[in-house]
Structure formats: C-alpha cells, structure tokens
Design a protein around this ligand. Structure first.
Ligand SMILES: Nc1ncnc2c1ncn2[C@@H]1O[C@H](COP(=O)(O)OP(=O)(O)OP(=O)(O)O)[C@@H](O)[C@H]1O
Ligand SMILES: [Mg+2]
Length: 266
C-alpha cells in the first residue's frame, strides 16, 4: 500500500553545514544531508574521503568545526539510544580482554543504564543476536581470538540487540567471505523492512545498485545524495573518484541505460 500523498516521509538523519578538520585540514567540508526514514543508504567515496569522519562527527566521536547533526530532530546526546554503530574494524582495539557475549551485551547498556545488571531477558536477546550472525558457538571466546569476519559479525550482533532506529555501519563487508556478506545483507534488509534507517560505508561499487536504495557520494565535499537510480551515475562517480577509476556502459543491459556503469580501472 502506498503512503497517502499528504503524509511526508519522516527525515531520520539530518546534517547541516557540517565541517570537520583534523589539525586544521578539512576532512569534511560544509556537508548538507537529509536521509529519509526506512532506507538502506550506501556512503561511497575514495580512501580518505571523510566517510568514517562523517559517522564519527555525527556520533560526537570527533569534534565538529561547524554545523549541526540531528537524529529525528534531536542531538546525538538526546537520541543516543536510537542510534546503533558498527565501527570500521581497524579502528577497534581487539586486544581488549572481553568475550563475544560481553561485547554483544554492551549493546544493551543504553537500555539498561549502567547500574542495572543484565538479566535473563538481556542474555536471551544477546544469544538471539549471536544466532542471527551464526556466532553462538563463539559466545565465550575472547574477541582477540576471532577471525576478522567473526569480529565484524560480533559488532553487528551488538548493534542488533540495541534495537536502534538509525544504524551506522562502517564497512561491515570488509574482511568477510561471500557467505557472511550475504548474511549481513539479509540482516540489513531485515532492518530496513522493520522501518529502520541503515547507513553503510561501502567500497564495492559493483554491489551498490543491488544493496542500496539510496547512495551518498563523498569526497571531502558532498558530491551527491539521493535515490540510487538517479544518483549512482557515471558523472557523480567521476566527480567523487576523479581520474582514479574509469567507467564504461554496461553492455549486458543493451547499453540503453546511461547510468549503468562498470568499474574497469583501479
Ligand atoms: N584522527 C585523525 N587525525 C588526523 N587526521 C585524520 C584522523 N582521522 C582521519 N584523518 C584524516 O581525515 C581524512 C578522512 O579520513 P576518514 O577516515 O574519514 O576517511 P574514509 O573516507 O573513511 O577513508 P577509508 O575509505 O580509508 O576508510 C583522511 O585524510 C585521514 O587521513
Ligand atoms: Mg573509513
């Protein structure tokens, strides 16, 4: 059933005039972004484009030089229980002595408050999330003793138990095999199906059209953001990646779609 004309889609995530600099050098420049509720959005751009910085600035993990970020109209501090985060793998200290189940339970602390100890219901929720990412048998293992893909799935399970409304995932497909990638895609789609908003930093241009209904292209500045069909165009990709990649029309489609691009360079 389609939405009545007079019910506008709610905006889940808004960024206005956001600038972030490290040691005086801008990593993001004057970004404006509006992400409607219930979408699965890819964030793409070359290494160093500011993709992780966008998420970190939104979640108050790095200071903003200028601009505002809102989650359903609220600041991060007000909305933090609505926001789930799966960090980029390399940015996490995996030697931290903690077990898989404890990492997953950390996702529940927003709901519980620090003072209440998790009980049976929370443990069940954590195990259900581990089941979803096929990690139950590793529940008591130290996170330092997991493979890269298993570590990634641990963080996904933590985000799932949090029952957030807006999820930020920084390269959830890095270091995972094809089977895990399919499993993660299914989870992302399930979240979208439940009306969640899912924002995913992604590197594989070949899968963008398949995975995401919206896409944001970044390279310090915002290149474009919108529905994948209109936004994931050769022109925007060229603007984001410069001369480092080249494209050609996808001949399997009969060449009738100017927006179809195929990565042929590196
Ligand atoms: N803590 C920091 N201190 C100084 N510079 C930083 C810091 N974090 C990131 N940068 C710089 O800011 C820019 C953007 O980094 P960011 O991690 O946001 O890029 P990215 O788009 O996520 O890249 P990748 O695809 O490699 O993950 C880069 O030039 C990076 O070197
Ligand atoms: Mg990054």
């Amino acid at each position: 059933m389609s939405r009545p004309e007079d019910t506008p889609t709610r905006i889940a995530f808004t960024v206005e005039d956001l600038t972030v600099a490290y040691q005086g050098k801008p990593a993001l420049w004057d970004i404006d972004l509006r992400v409607p509720e219930g979408v699965l959005m890819g964030v793409i751009g070359p290494n160093g484009a500011g993709k992780s910085t966008l998420i970190k600035a939104a979640l108050d993990l790095v200071p903003r030089a200028a601009g505002t970020v809102r989650f359903y109209g609220q600041t991060y501090r007000q909305a933090r229980r609505l926001v789930g985060y799966v960090p980029q793998r390399g940015s996490v200290d995996w030697d931290f002595p903690t077990s898989v189940i404890d990492v997953v339970m950390m996702g529940l602390y927003g709901r519980l408050g620090w003072l209440r100890r998790p009980g049976r219901a929370e443990r069940d929720a954590a195990f259900a999330a581990l089941e979803q990412v096929d990690l139950v048998k590793f529940a008591d293992r130290q996170i330092s003793q997991l493979s890269g893909g298993q570590q990634q799935r641990t963080f996904l399970a933590r985000a799932l138990v949090q029952d957030a409304e807006i999820y930020f995932m920084d390269e959830p497909f890095a270091a995972v095999d094809a089977v895990t990638e399919r499993a993660i895609v299914e989870i992302l789609r399930e979240l979208r199906g439940r009306g969640k908003t899912v924002i995913v930093v992604h590197h594989d241009l070949q899968t963008v059209k398949d995975y995401f209904d919206r896409v944001t292209l970044l390279n310090v500045a915002l290149i474009a953001s919108g529905e994948t069909g209109q936004t994931f165009t050769a022109q925007n990709l060229k603007a984001a990646y410069g001369g480092r990649v080249s494209y050609m029309a996808d001949s399997e489609q009969g060449g009738d779609d100017d927006n179809d691009v195929m990565l042929v360079g590196d």
